[in-house]
Design a binder for this molecule. Structure first.
Ligand code: FES
Length: 113
């Protein structure tokens, strides 16, 4: 019996769907980002794609949502994380494109480490 199919990825984007972030439009942001990842073939299941996108529970920045968290594997190993507040689609897409291209995470809207 074979196991589940594994898709190698470069990064993972999490869009908070907690109540406070939903009040600030996070459901629409998630849907719009999903559509953009599909359109630009950045989603891991597209040919050449490399990104996962997941709805998450509260990410702890409720008053500043929608909150986006991004993880990726660093070339030298280990994980890099980026946390973004008051995220809109252009900002989320710029994070996604940077991860896909192996570029530095954008600074705009970033908080935390
Ligand atoms: S509800 Fe989104 S960070 Fe808490």
């Amino acid at each position: 019996m074979s196991g589940p199919l594994y898709f190698s990825t470069r990064g993972h984007l999490l869009v908070c769907q907690g109540q406070s972030c939903q009040t600030r439009g996070s459901a629409l942001l998630h849907r719009a980002l999903w559509n953009a990842l599909e359109r630009e073939s950045l989603a891991y299941y597209k040919k050449g794609g490399s990104l996962r996108l997941t709805e998450s529970g509260c990410l702890g920045a409720c008053s500043y949502g929608p909150t986006l968290c991004a993880y990726r594997t660093k070339p030298e190993g280990g994980l890099e994380e980026g946390w973004y507040a008051a995220t809109d689609l252009p900002q989320a897409l710029s994070v996604a494109r940077a991860i896909h291209a192996g570029e530095a995470l954008p600074d705009g809207g970033k908080y935390g480490p």
